[in-house]
Each structure stands twice: as C-alpha cells, then as structure tokens.
Ligand binder design. Structure first.
Ligand code: CA
Length: 366
C-alpha cells in the first residue's frame, strides 16, 4: 500500500483538518478538532531513507501509527544521517532528541553486550522461533528490563528472516581462506569470524558498496538477495555465500523514549505496540516473497556465483560460535538470565522445529 493511500484510508476529514492546523515541527503536541491531545513524534533510524523493506518498513510503521490513531499521533521518519548518524540512534532516543528509533539491538553491543540476544545469535532462532521466544517465552520482559535504565521501551518491529553469509571477492574453500580477510559483519557473527582470523569491521549499510568496491573491505554481509541487490553488492564482489549462519532471524527493534511513551494515553500506547507487531509480520512477508525473486535476478541476469559455505567451514564457525555466545552469556547477571532463557527455549523449540518444519521441508523436497 502506498503511504498516501494508507493515510487517506485511515484518516477522517476532522483529523486531517487538525493535522493541517498543526503540521509544523515546532508544534510538539496540540489538540484535534474533537479536543483530544495530538502528538507529533520523530523516528530516527539506522537505515538509508526509503531503503527497500528496512526503510520502507519504517515508513509503513510510521504511517500505520498515524492511520490507526486517526492522526492523534503522527510519526515523521528520519533516515540514517538525516537527524543523527545511524549508530547514534539509541543515544538520541534515550536522550529524547527523538521519541522513537528503529534499528537492531546488536548495534549497541559496545554498550549492552547482552542486547545482542534480542537481535540475532549465530546458529540461533529463526524469525518464527524468535517470535515464540519474544511473546511466549519471556524474552520481551527481559528485553524491557535491559533497556529500562536507558529510559527506553523496546518493541519487536521487523525481522529480516534468514540472511545470506555474504559477498566475497574470492572463493572460500577452507577455514584458511578466511585468514586475513577484511570483512564487514556486525554483532556476534563478527566476533566469531574475528577469532578465525578475519579483520572485522562494522560499517553502516549505506557505505557498504563503496567500501567493498574500493577494496577497503574484501567481503561483507548485509541482509539477503532483496536488499543486497538494491545496494548493487554483486557489482563489487563475485561470490555470494549462504546460509546466513550469523543472522538466522534478525529482529529489528523500535525503541521508544520512556517519558514520551508515558505521556501517551493508553489507547495510543496500545496502537504503538500493535503497529509494531503488524510491521514485524509485514516485513517477514515482504522478505519471504521478494528474496527469491531477487536471487533469481542476481543469478540469472547478473551471473552471480552462488555457493554454500563448505560443511567443514560451517562446522569450524559453529564451534567458535558456541564459545562466543556462551561468553556473552557470562558478561553480567542480566546476561546470564537472558542466556539461560535463550538456550532453554532454543533447545525446546529446536525439537519441535525438527519434527514440524524440518520434516515437512524434507518431505516436500522428496
Ligand atoms: Ca546482516
């Protein structure tokens, strides 16, 4: 649905009139023609403006909140660098510079190592399994506890689904081929590869193509075919590897300044929460449908060399990954609780996924 259509469908004439009367940025809040308080929020993001699925997913969320609230809560989106740089989103929302932010929890690992469990863990949960942990496994409560000291309320507001292992300027035939590579890979996956001899960098998405193209890095992961094609990464590196062992189902978060959230009446708070869940589901659907088509384009039209990582390379990565994840789980008392919850849930849900998804996919294949 187009942004214009969504707003047009959701807003009545009265609230549109109210918006027209209070559309300046300086107008933080006002009243609608029906007398209810009106709120105007800013949302800063870690994504390039309007970037497929990520940036547009943020637009979808902002429009949905505006629409569901009948214009009583409007959200203006700022892409990375438009109001604050990508990696300053957490601090900006914590300080109240913006009321909302959109990114992923592993970007803040330098500040909160245990937050990484709420984005993605190597060889961890898929998008579907992650939803189970968040909403029915106790994770949402833990996540809110972790962000509370920063004056932030976190919401699940998107998921990339299983990512790709990344783009490389040479084939990876053995673990030795990783040694000395300069690669952009954030989060725990980056720490795993660092221990296998990779020089790891974290670079915002918008700078990836240039870095790969001019040789600043030899390899990069980003998301998956749909997003990678949009950045043109196939023009800068020939080899595309799978699976995305490091990001099996990365949650994208919406963070809300606690004081701003508390100023909302209960119905608008409920709308923010519900809109985040809808936006998350919408993003899963979009990635699922569009990744396949983009992959076909990459392989058939651009001649990309698509390869699975060799089994022995994945096995070596997996061994180190277990150590890295366990270490993060020992960082502090909170990390211990999160790690215990995550591992208990992963063990149980893996058993179910084996006899549900895995068995079904095997049967479908044969
Ligand atoms: Ca990624």
């Amino acid at each position: 649905m187009k942004r214009r259509d969504l707003i047009g469908a959701g807003l009545g004439a009265a609230s549109l009139g109210a918006l027209a009367g209070c559309k300046q940025q300086a107008c933080e809040s006002g009243t609608t023609t029906t007398g209810s308080t009106q709120f105007h929020w800013k949302m800063v993001t870690t994504w390039p403006p309007n970037f497929p699925a990520l940036g547009t997913g943020v637009n979808f969320l902002a429009d949905l909140i505006t629409s569901l609230s009948g214009g009583r809560l409007t959200v203006k989106v700022y892409g990375a660098g438009e109001l604050v740089p990508a990696f300053e989103v957490f601090d900006a929302v914590s300080a109240g510079t913006a009321e909302m932010g959109h990114g992923s929890a592993y970007y803040w690992k330098g500040k909160i190592p245990e937050a990484q469990f709420f984005s993605s863990v190597p060889f961890g949960l898929t998008a579907q399994e992650m939803s189970g942990w968040l909403y029915f496994g106790g994770a949402m409560e833990l996540w809110r506890e972790v962000y509370a000291p920063y004056g932030l309320v976190p919401f699940d507001a998107g998921n990339t689904t299983v990512q790709m292992a990344g783009w490389f300027n040479k084939p990876i035939n053995s673990v030795a081929d990783l040694t000395g590579l300069k690669m952009r890979i954030p989060g725990l996956g980056g720490e795993v590869l660092r221990r296998l001899g990779v020089t790891v960098q974290n670079i915002p998405g918008g700078e990836l193509f240039q870095a790969l193209n001019d040789g600043t890095i030899d390899a990069t992961e980003w998301v998956g075919p749909y997003n990678d094609l949009a950045f043109g990464l196939h023009k800068a590196a020939k080899y595309c590897y799978y699976p995305g062992w490091h990001e099996p189902g990365t949650v994208l978060e919406c963070i809300v300044n606690r004081k701003a959230f508390d100023r909302l009446p209960e119905d608008l708070q409920a709308i923010v929460e519900a809109a985040c869940r809808v936006a998350s589901q919408n993003m899963v659907a979009e990635f699922t449908a569009r990744n396949d088509r983009a992959l076909q384009t990459l392989v058939d039209e651009h001649g990309v060399d698509l390869r699975p990582l060799p089994a022995d390379v994945l096995a070596a990565i997996s061994t180190v990954a277990d150590e890295v994840v366990a270490e993060v789980g020992r960082t502090n008392a909170m990390a211990e609780r999160i790690y215990a919850s995550y591992m208990t849930y992963r063990k149980g849900v893996s058993r179910w996924t084996d006899i549900a998804e895995r068995a079904l996919l095997n049967a479908r294949e044969s």
